[in-house]
Design a protein around this ligand. Structure first.
Ligand code: C2E
Ligand code: CA
Ligand code: CA
Ligand code: CA
Length: 279
């Protein structure tokens, strides 16, 4: 038994070493990709249900890997967060999203916004405020045209720091929204303490509509309370007409999902934005 124990320990530590090696290689690869400009942004429209107008787009990063094709963020964001490279990648995303938004403004509805996902690391290392300022001034974009998507778990990791930085960002005029709402631990009551003006209801709730009565009850309760707190609501992951009908009846402001459009490269989305204003 002693022998087995030692062997499995050996196996365990060699597995750990292999994992560490892979992480280092992955991190190095990502550094190279940043230098060689292999990251790109796709944009997914957010639609105002009542006016049927595009009110904004969410920027979603992808990795155009030379030999492996387009890689999804689910595959590399965790490593980027782990290694700290998310700070550099997040800076690039902010800059690129603001630049692209600036190009769309002439054709877009007034108040059009680009929304950008933010990682906990960008808060923890306190780079977010300076990065947002730089991206806006670099692109010549007004803070009113930028929204930051922040998850509940980011906020809860270090509540005082999150509130301090969110206040700074809100004071600049940037819109803050809570992403994946309903999956974390913050209560609706806690939202009153945050300078956020928007909630994105997580797509796991939307996916269960209309099949699951509990998800429907939760969704409409979230919408009712959020509205009474003066928050705007976006439903993400909307895929069916039945979901749209329910959300509209529940008073949801904006929808985002495959039913309206998948995330698209900027050139394809441009037509969407022009198309929606020309009629
Ligand atoms: P998220 O912020 O919750 O983004 C929404 C995800 O849902 C996107 O996946 C989007 O393509 C997908 N989606 C949109 N509509 C539908 C729908 O109707 N049905 C379903 N099933 N899915 C839909 P994506 O692009 O693969 O991004 C995954 C996650 O990666 C994002 O989740 C976000 O957490 C993270 N991410 C993406 N870009 C960035 C970034 O620039 N910075 C950071 N920190 N994270 C990012
Ligand atoms: Ca998001
Ligand atoms: Ca989300
Ligand atoms: Ca998510």
């Amino acid at each position: 038994a002693k022998e087995t124990g030692r062997d499995s320990l050996k196996l365990f530590s060699s597995e750990m070493a292999e994992k560490t090696r892979q992480k280092l290689a992955g991190t190095e690869d990502m550094r190279r990709a940043l230098r060689e400009n292999e990251f790109l942004l796709h944009f997914q429209p957010q639609l105002n249900q009542r006016s049927a107008k595009i009110v904004g787009v969410e920027a979603l990063v992808r990795w155009q890997y030379p030999t492996r094709g387009l890689i999804s963020p689910a595959e590399f964001i965790p490593l980027a967060e782990d290694s700290g490279l998310i700070v550099l990648l997040g800076r690039w995303v902010l800059r690129e999203a603001c630049r692209q938004c600036r190009r769309w403004l002439a054709d877009a509805e007034p108040g059009f916004r680009v929304s950008v996902n933010v990682s906990a690391r960008q808060f923890k290392e306190r780079t977010i405020v300076a990065d947002v300022e730089a991206a806006l001034s670099d692109a010549g974009l007004s803070p009113q045209n930028l929204e930051l998507e922040i998850t509940e778990s980011l906020i809860m990791q270090d509540l005082p720091l999150a509130i301090e930085l969110m206040n700074e960002l809100a004071a600049m005029g940037v819109t803050l929204s809570i992403d994946d709402f309903g999956t974390g631990y913050s209560s609706l009551a806690a939202l009153k303490r945050f300078p956020v003006s928007k909630l994105k209801i997580d797509k796991s709730f939307i996916a269960d509509i209309p099949r699951d009565a509990d998800s429907m009850a939760l969704t409409s309760a979230i919408i009712t309370i959020a509205r009474s707190l003066g928050l705007q609501i976006v439903a993400e992951g909307v895929e069916t007409e039945a979901q749209v009908k329910f959300l509209l009846e529940s008073g949801c402001d904006h929808i985002q999902g495959y039913l309206v459009s998948r995330p698209l490269p900027p050139a394809e989305l441009s037509m969407f934005i022009n198309g929606s204003t020309s009629d």
